[in-house]
Design a binder for this molecule. Structure first.
Ligand code: ADP
Ligand code: MG
Length: 695
């Protein structure tokens, strides 16, 4: 039997492989590149490439690819073989340093949001040595950043790396003030929990909505849905267990530390969580997790749905992004300490997050905005579209006491006057099972729970890193000038918490009262992507990203355009699919059933007029009327699709949201109602019951 430690990372060109396969001086030069971003000498690059190639070929690789993350939510890469012809008609396997360091994919087919029009048509990929290369399916994967020729980012990795730099720089400044002179870097980490659904492949193939859109556009509620609350953490069915086992093993081979797996709340819904890692690696690994979830599923006759809302009426899928900051010396900055001084430092970082989240609710909301996620947020199953922070009762009481300069009665009822310099050593509040909060402090990290299941985790981490970097920068600017550090620190923490206290909310985020309360507090409530996106171009937001060198102006505008464009395309594809299914599958099916009912009634009457035909008549009347309504709704949807404004993206997206989505809702209502009345053998689509309870 092969054990997990034996297979873990066997397909990864990791540190131990590098040590083993590279000459010592080359290994050290590469380490410098990895840790300090030093450019690699071309000869050293050649040696690294050669070693990588030999190692990859031993693992069955024939090709290499520069793996990158364009501004969609998936990854891309062109595969080149290692072969190089020799004079005598043979080939050798070759891989040079320059091929490792830089690639030139045809950038023109990836979204650029106008960046290519204003700059250069070409783009290039650049090796990211901080994320290990790996072998998958006979190909050496080299994680890369993807940029236009003048250096504008065309991907999600580049700004993520920049944001990690930004927060490291500012956090180190703050730590210096607390006497941490040995710390050189602060590392932002993420642990994204990934939710997903599994459905049978045969059933999947019979539904165009699943095939084209990844979610059902029709479907009446089955007799049993999420009612029993028996799926969450329940026994995993054997077929799913076999799938999960293989998935874990594949991930482990690629060095992804898959740790937790369980049934989620909805029937046929599951979750996988890896152990957290540096943001950049976490984002790469989350992409691998999503990809392997899909490919392993097909080997088990299953399809993995990563859509945020595959089924109406049961929970959708999200991602929880656990996020924290740690020093290169191993200190977690969000861990309450044991001494008052440690706690003062903790409180300052906590204050930075509170300030950042309150001041930049819009950017956090935008970082999770997508057509798919709009179906979840605010649906009473995921956090609302309002950003707030959950801190737990104890921490909230401590902050209250600081603001009010009152006494704090701690957990052991010991009363003390609070100043940040005389903080109690409080235990971390681990009681957080408040799943309704979009942003919860969970003892040593924050859990951002608004992410959609299919999205890259890069965007929310870029936003978090940047906004907290900005708060830390303002703190450092102020404290570096202070004559009395402790007094200044005290005042700063108190002032910050007082100013931003409105963002703290420990109650039920799903409740209607919270919507009203949040409005009273002046918090933003941006229910849809089209409501949120205009905030991206606010001058203060542009200034923030530009100042921390995460995006330049053009990059922000380009991303805004790409997001709108993708939003519009998704809705268009869904609307077209819906019209097609309704017109060519549902409408004829209902008519076929109507024909049968008419024939039955007719034949009954032919035998004897005494036979009662009330039920046939009633069903015929209702279904016939509903099918006509369906037809009218199809025509309306098609007409509105045809007249959609084509020029202005923003107005177009608003139109899609207001007009097309509501047309789709109307259409669906008729179809779902008819599904409940049409004989099962006439209904052309696998039902919700089949899909969710079939495994
Ligand atoms: P739960 O479902 O209770 O929220 P899980 O165990 O499913 O918890 O997931 C918790 C995630 O948080 C894991 O990915 C874990 O590695 C991650 N995590 C733990 N500590 C930290 C930390 N300091 N920084 C970032 N992520 C963390
Ligand atoms: Mg969780």
């Amino acid at each position: 039997m092969v054990t997990v430690p034996e297979i873990f990372g066997t397909y990864v060109f990791n540190d131990s492989v590098m040590k083993e396969r590279l000459r010592e001086d080359i290994y050290h030069a590469l380490q410098k590149t990895i840790h300090d971003g030093k450019a690699l000498d071309p000869q050293i690059a050649d040696a690294v490439a050669e070693a990588m190639k030999d190692w990859a070929v031993e693992r069955g690789a024939t090709h290499y690819t520069h793996w990158f993350q364009p501004m969609t939510d998936v990854t891309a890469g062109k595969h080149d073989s290692f072969i190089s012809p020799t004079a005598d008609g043979h080939v050798i396997m070759e891989f040079r340093g320059k091929e490792l360091i830089k690639g030139e994919p045809d950038a023109s087919s990836f979204p650029s949001g106008g960046l290519r029009a204003t700059f250069e048509a070409r783009g290039y990929t650049a090796w990211d040595p901080t994320s290990y290369a790996f072998v998958k399916d006979g190909t050496l994967y080299i994680p890369t950043a993807f940029c236009s020729y003048n250096g504008a980012a065309l991907d999600k990795k580049t700004p993520l790396l920049r944001s990690m730099e930004a927060i490291s720089e500012q956090a180190v400044r703050v730590l210096r003030l607390f006497g941490h002179t040995d710390c050189r870097r602060v590392i932002a980490s993420a642990g994204p929990e990934q939710e997903y659904f599994l459905v049978d492949k045969e059933l999947f193939d019979r539904r165009k909505d699943l095939v084209f859109c990844g979610r059902t556009l029709f479907g009446a509620q089955p007799p049993r849905g999420q009612d029993m609350d028996d799926h969450y953490f329940g026994v995993i069915q054997p077929r799913v267990a076999a799938y999960m086992k293989e998935l874990d093993e594949e991930l482990w081979k690629l060095g992804v530390s898959a740790k937790t797996k369980h049934n989620e709340a909805a029937p046929a819904q599951y979750e996988l969580a890896p152990i957290f890692s540096v943001c950049n690696i976490a984002a790469d690994h989350n992409q691998l997790i999503m990809e392997l979830m899909k490919t392993v599923a097909t080997r088990h006759g299953l399809v993995c749905l990563l859509h945020e809302k595959p089924f109406d009426g049961v929970n959708g899928s999200g991602k929880h992004n656990n996020w924290s900051l740690g020093t290169d010396t191993g200190i977690n900055l969000f861990k309450p300490g044991k001494t008052p001084a440690e706690n003062a430092q903790f409180l300052l970082f906590l204050a930075a997050v509170i300030k950042a989240v309150d001041e930049h609710q819009d950017l956090l909301r935008i970082s999770v905005a997508s057509a798919g996620n709009d179906h979840r947020l605010g649906g009473g199953e995921a956090p609302p579209a309002i950003i707030s922070i959950f801190l737990g009762d104890e921490l909230t009481a401590i902050l209250d006491a600081i603001v009010k300069k009152t006494q704090y009665a701690g957990h052991d009822a010991e009363k003390m006057r609070l100043g940040v310099d005389v903080l109690p050593a409080f235990p971390r509040d681990n009681t957080d099972r408040n799943r309704t909060s979009p942003f919860a402090f969970t003892g040593n990290r924050f859990e951002f729970r608004m992410l959609g299941s299919s999205a890259s985790v890069a965007d929310p981490n870029i936003a978090l890193n940047t906004i907290v970097a900005d708060a830390l920068k303002q703190f450092a600017d102020e404290l570096e000038q202070a004559e009395d550090f402790t007094a200044a620190l005290n005042a700063l923490i108190r002032r910050t918490i007082k100013q931003h206290q409105r963002i703290i909310f420990n109650g039920d985020g799903y409740a209607d009262e919270w919507q009203e309360e949040a409005a009273r507090r002046g918090l933003l409530n941006l229910p849809s992507t089209v409501d949120a996106l205009p905030y991206m171009l606010k001058e203060e937001n542009i200034r923030l990203y530009v100042e921390h060198k995460v995006y330049n102006r053009d990059e922000i505008f380009s991303r805004h355009e790409v997001m709108l464009d993708i939003y519009r395309k998704i809705i268009k594809v869904e609307a077209r699919t819906m019209a097609d299914m309704a017109r060519r599958e549902i409408y004829p099916a209902v008519n076929a059933y109507l024909t049968e009912l008419c024939e039955v009634a007719q034949q009954k009457q032919a035998v004897s007029s005494e036979f009662d035909c009330t039920s046939e008549r009633e069903i015929i009347r209702r279904l016939s009327a509903a099918n006509t309504e369906l037809y009218i709704a199809i025509r309306k949807l098609e007409a509105d699709l045809a007249t959609a404004p084509a020029t202005d993206l923003e107005a177009g997206a608003r139109y899609d949201h207001d007009v097309i989505l509501s047309d789709m809702q109307v259409l669906r209502r008729y179809a779902d109602a008819m599904e409940r009345e049409t004989a099962e053998n006439y209904w052309p689509l696998p039902t919700y019951g089949d899909l969710m309870f079939g495994l």
